[in-house]
Design a protein around this ligand. Structure first.
Ligand code: GLN
Length: 489
């Protein structure tokens, strides 16, 4: 197995003992990607030149001040192609941005680079992060490393798949309504979505600005905490970035779950959940109980409204955010003597079917005749959903439930958009309330991974890590690697 089948922690140790070097890790990652990516298609571009420069810089940092160097120093990372990196093509998996080279690097990514991270490439995703299966990429779908005929989940499917395949120890994804946790669950890795406002969105191509957050996909909960600690924190360039001080997520890992009260939301175990997924998650709850947590059933009665509320708010925001792709400023332009025709033809050729569907839904919901009936109503329901979580968190410290109603499905299986939207039924309400959450591997069904979801109150991100880490350390699901991780690079 390539050494990149290891965790960040393990590699950081090896870099310090001299067992490996940033250049060796980079070469191994690139070789592994070369060996598996024709099947997985996790990458839209590779950034070898940038990576070589960064690996050499990291080697210097490790040599000059090994004790001060970040645990991420010298370790390869892949970035979802919605994250801007200066002068590196960034497409959001859309034809409309083909050839776009951002003039700057976003804050979260810059913080990784400052810590000595080595960027191997930009990962495939659903177009503008709209989707749950990664089949909406304009440049072709991503295969799940556990079975390449199946989807890896979405929209951060490429980021999840490359970690699950064993090519890199971690990747960044973005999450609007499930796009980190759901693919993490379907590919058997850890995926963490921070509290809204914790990680700067500066340099993240916007889908729905009041929901979007950047977060890590990793092979262990501790690694997710390490990456989060590096990218989180106030950024004056993002007006929704929160100035509150950060609890140290890595220290919290050691606290364990003894004495914690964990809520089990009744509605998240309803009829839409595959019984085998439910059984795996119930088994995980028994593990948490054995570790000293108490479990208690709770109710979130407006769960049902989460999906419809999200599918008003997210398209409304996307219709506004995507108005900027008009052929004038970025990427694609389809020339026409008439300016209006040029706009229309650029957008027609540049956007895929799902993006167009959302722009139309959103424009409709925001139009003057329907604004009150749809958009304003959805915002009110969003407040009710958030209040419901606040009430439940008076009685419990965190919630545990499935991440996804099913394991990875076959490509092409869910053509009907509604059945695709159902993929996020258990992650969406959490997003509407801006809460932090994680998915951690908790079993397999017919060789396909299942994820346990842990949710905490806003700004209690450290608590999410604490529960997930305690569970992970008591089980060995996270140590089981996908068949592609064994492919010799
Ligand atoms: N699957 C959801 C959607 O299609 C969420 C996507 C996301 O979180 N970016 O909108």
């Amino acid at each position: 197995m390539s050494s990149t089948g290891k965790t960040i922690r393990e590699l950081a140790r090896e870099l310090r003992t001299g067992a490996t070097t940033p250049r060796v890790l980079l070469d191994e990652a690139m070789a592994h990607i070369g060996a598996v990516d024709s099947r997985v298609h996790a990458y839209l571009s590779l950034t070898r030149e940038l990576a070589e420069r960064q690996a050499d810089g990291a080697a210097r940092m490790l040599e000059e001040r090994p004790d001060d160097a970040s645990p991420l120093c010298g370790i390869p990372v892949a970035l979802k192609d919605v994250l801007c990196v200066e002068d590196v093509e960034t497409t959001a998996a859309s034809r409309v941005l083909k050839g776009f080279r951002p003039p700057y690097t976003g804050t979260a990514v810059q913080r990784l680079f400052d810590a000595g991270a080595v960027c191997v490439g930009k990962t495939n995703c659903d177009e503008f992060a709209m989707g749950s299966s990664n089949e909406n990429s304009a440049f072709g779908p991503v295969g799940n490393p556990w079975d390449v005929e199946r989807v890896p989940g979405g929209s951060s499917g490429g980021s999840a798949a490359t970690v699950a395949a064993g090519s890199v120890p971690y990747a960044l994804g973005s999450d609007t309504g499930g796009s980190i946790r759901q693919p993490a669950s379907l590919t058997g890795v850890v995926g963490f979505k921070p509290t809204y406002g914790r990680v700067s969105r500066y340099g993240l191509i916007a889908f729905a600005s009041s929901l979007d957050q950047i977060g890590p996909l990793t092979r262990s909960v501790e690694d997710a905490a390490l990456v989060y600690a590096t990218i989180a924190g106030h950024d004056p360039r993002d007006s929704t970035s929160d100035p509150r001080a950060l609890d140290d997520p890595v220290t919290a890992l050691r606290e364990g779950v003894a004495g914690m009260r964990l809520g089990v939301p009744r509605e998240y175990f309803g009829s839409g959940i595959d019984p085998a997924v439910r059984a795996s998650v119930e088994e995980a709850m028994r593990v948490l109980e054995a570790l000293g947590a108490t479990l208690q059933e709770v109710s979130l009665p407006t769960t049902d409204a989460g999906l419809s509320t999200y599918y008003i708010i997210a398209p409304a925001e996307c219709s506004s955010n995507l108005a900027r792709y008009d052929g004038v400023r970025f990427g694609l332009r389809v020339d026409d003597p008439s300016l209006t025709e040029m706009y229309m033809r650029t957008r027609d050729e540049g956007f895929g079917a799902e993006v167009k569907r959302r722009v139309m839904l959103g424009t409709y919901a925001l139009s003057s005749g329907y604004y009150d009936a749809y958009y304003r109503k959805a915002q009110k329901v969003r407040t009710v959903i958030a209040d419901e979580f606040t009430r439940v968190f008076q009685d419990v410290d965190a919630l545990v439930c499935p991440t996804s109603p099913s394991v990875a499905f076959t490509m092409g299986e869910r053509e009907d958009p509604l059945s695709m939207y159902m993929c996020d039924v258990v992650t969406l309400p959490v997003y509407l309330a801006g809460l932090p959450g994680i998915s951690v591997p908790c079993g397999f069904i017919d060789g396909l991974p299942v994820g346990l979801q842990v949710i905490a109150p806003r700004f209690e991100d450290a608590r999410v890590f604490r529960v997930a880490h305690a569970y992970e350390q008591a089980t060995d699901w996270h140590t089981i690697r996908s068949p592609l991780a064994e492919v010799a690079a």
